[in-house]
Write a protein that binds this ligand. Structure first.
Ligand code: ZN
Length: 142
């Protein structure tokens, strides 16, 4: 079974209808059996939809969320690029490097980024070193 959102082009009514298959929809439409629930017009068209989303409560919501996710993901990626271009990657040595910058004020260093445990971050904070946690997406695409 497949659910289509149908649109009446005459009165703009939108309604859902179930079909055995997309072929059945075409067949009924050709035979002019498909009619508007409100004005009986045969000027019916199916609106664009993704059949694999029909089990979801609202396909539209999911689409919006995906768009939102992609947008956020893009922002994070841009942010990551900025960090990669301007900060030095220190990997697991983050806590060590952060202290080295903090306690050696003469040492001119650009910012660093790397991984640190929650414990590390807590200790750094207690020492007055403010490290920022940032969202990070692992590069496993492209
Ligand atoms: Zn109608």
């Amino acid at each position: 079974m497949i659910k289509y959102k149908l649109l009446c082009k005459d009165c703009d009514l939108k309604f859902d209808s179930w079909f055995a298959s997309s072929n059945e929809y075409e067949r009924l439409k050709k035979k002019k059996i498909l009619t508007c629930h409100k004005c009986n017009s045969i000027n019916i068209e199916k609106t664009i939809m993704a059949p694999q989303l029909i089990s979801h409560k609202s396909g539209a919501d999911l689409k919006i969320n995906l768009e939102k996710y992609n947008k956020v993901k893009k922002t994070i990626k841009n942010y990551q690029k900025f960090i990669k271009d301007n900060f030095k990657y220190v990997g697991d040595n983050f806590a060590y490097e952060a202290r080295s910058i903090h306690y050696n004020s003469k040492k001119k260093s650009r910012g660093i980024y790397g991984s640190a445990s929650k414990e590390d971050l807590k200790e750094l904070k207690e020492e007055g070193i403010d490290a920022q946690m940032i969202p990070w997406i692992e590069e496993n695409e492209n």
